[in-house]
Structure formats: structure tokens, C-alpha cells
Design a protein around this ligand. Structure first.
Ligand code: F6R
Length: 246
């Protein structure tokens, strides 16, 4: 795992956005795997700014998101469809027909999982997958459990995740209890992985992910086995890592 330590959140965003921009420039038809949550917001802002200044072109890009809440429609302000439209898709020249997320409204869960998994395979896999890190070590919504799940699946969200995500909802009861997520195998098929982590409250879990035992109890720890992972962490998140500053 390659580690880049950024001075602060906006420096982290700029570094991560530069890596994604390099991917887009070098391969204009890239498939980008995207994440939601607070951490990537500044990355999307930076990419949108470059695109608006015509320094970056999304016209041939395809995107696939990691996850979506089960039961939330795209026009629900808490859905990940809505998040992506608000923070990125409405601001860049990415064609609507090439923005993919799981369909949270599909109640035929086996079918939806199969559809989304097949779609990613049909696209030829992901060139670069952006990941945030949950406080419990989750990546996508692969929550701590007894085993890693390979493909796209419907997951019961962990209490810690519901607790962490309730800040986006009026009340904790409104947070959906289930979500569709790419599996660990789906994420692992990505050529490159870019993990972004910010804030002191993630310092302990980032250390476990990077240097702890590989275990489904800390799902992100599996990333130690992927051949091309770049971690961009701000100083607070990197506070418990011993490596020298880059
Ligand atoms: C989001 C996702 C999650 C988040 C993680 C961190 O699509 O899959 O794994 O990346 O929960 O969220 P933030 O960035 O809000 O701390």
C-alpha cells in the first residue's frame, strides 16, 4: 500500500483529485468507481472545478458507485443517487446514461445484485475505485462480519454505521437499515484503489486497516492484499501510522 500524507483535508482532496484526474487524462474512457459520504465531497468539488475550467473532460467516462440505501428513491435527498447528482454529476460533462448506481428501489434483491454485478463486469471492470473508510473499518457497506462477501449484495447496516450516518437524516429512525453494496470481490477487481481518510477519529481504524491482521472483522484490512492501493490520509487520520511523511 502506497501512503500519501496530506497536511489537512483540502490538501488530501487535492491529492486524491489529482490521482483521479491523471486517470481520466491518461485513459479518457475510464470506468471510475465512486463513493459517497463526507470524505469525498472536496474531491468532487476539485474535479468539478477542473472540469468547469475545461482542464478535465468527463465526456467519455463511465461511473459506478459502491452502494445505495435500500428503499430510497433517487429523488430522496438522502439517497446516494441524489448525493452524486448534487456533488458531481450536475457539475461535470458526464453523460447521464453512463452514471450507474445500485437501484435502491428494486425489491427483487437477488435480481438487483445480479444486475449490478453483471453491469460492472460488462463494463470491463473498474479502472480506479475511490473508497472512504467507515469508523468500523467498512469499505463500501461491507460491514464487519465472520466472512468477506464477494459480489454485490444486500447488507444489514451495522449499528455503528447507522449511528455515524444519522447526521444526514432528521432522526436515527429514518436511516435505512439495509443497503446494496459492491462486495469485496467486486472492489478487488478494480485495477487501482484509492482510499481516502480524514480526521483523528479514523486514526485507529486506519492503522488496523494498513498494518493489522487481515480479517473480515476489519473489512478494509483486505486491501493489504490488493496490488495497487494508494491511501491518501490527512495528518489527523495518519496520526497513529509510523511511516515517514511523504
Ligand atoms: C460510501 C461508502 C462508505 C463511506 C464510509 C465513510 O459510499 O461506501 O463506505 O465511504 O462510511 O464515510 P464518511 O466519508 O462519511 O466518513
Amino acid at each position: 500500500m502506497r501512503l500519501l500524507i496530506a497536511d489537512h483535508y483540502s490538501d488530501m482532496c487535492r491529492k486524491a483529485a489529482s490521482i483521479i484526474a491523471a486517470q481520466i487524462t491518461l485513459k479518457p474512457k475510464s470506468v471510475l468507481g465512486l463513493a459517497t459520504g463526507s470524505t469525498p465531497i472536496g474531491i468532487y468539488e476539485q474535479l468539478a472545478t477542473w472540469c468547469q475550467h475545461e482542464d478535465l473532460d468527463f465526456s467519455q467516462i463511465t461511473t459506478v458507485n459502491l452502494d445505495e440505501y435500500y428503499g430510497l428513491a433517487p429523488d430522496n435527498a438522502q439517497s446516494y443517487h441524489y448525493f452524486m447528482a448534487e456533488h458531481l454529476f450536475s457539475k461535470v460533462n458526464l453523460p447521464k446514461g453512463r452514471q450507474f448506481l445500485p437501484d435502491g428501489m428494486n425489491q427483487d434483491t437477488d435480481r438487483e445484485c445480479e444486475r449490478y454485478q453483471n453491469l460492472i463486469e460488462l463494463l470491463g471492470g473498474i479502472d480506479i475505485q475511490l473508497l472512504g473508510l467507515g469508523h468500523n473499518g467498512h469499505i463500501g457497506f461491507n460491514e464487519p462480519s465472520d466472512a468477506f462477501v464477494k459480489d454485490v449484495h444486500l447488507v444489514d447496516l451495522a449499528e455503528k454505521t447507522i449511528e455515524a450516518n444519522k447526521r444526514f437524516f432528521d432522526k436515527a429512525e429514518d436511516v435505512p437499515r439495509k443497503a446494496y453494496t459492491m462486495g469485496i470481490g467486486t472492489i478487488f477487481q478494480a485495477e487501482k484503489i484509492l482510499l481516502v481518510v480524514s480526521g483523528a477519529e479514523k486514526a485507529g481504524i486506519l492503522k488496523q486497516v494498513m498494518y493489522g491482521p487481515i480479517s473480515p472483522r476489519v473489512p478494509g484490512s483486505i486491501l493489504q492484499l490488493h496490488a495497487d492501493v494508494t491511501v491518501v490520509a490527512d495528518q489527523d487520520a495518519a496520526g497513529e501510522l509510523t511511516s515517514k511523511r511523504n
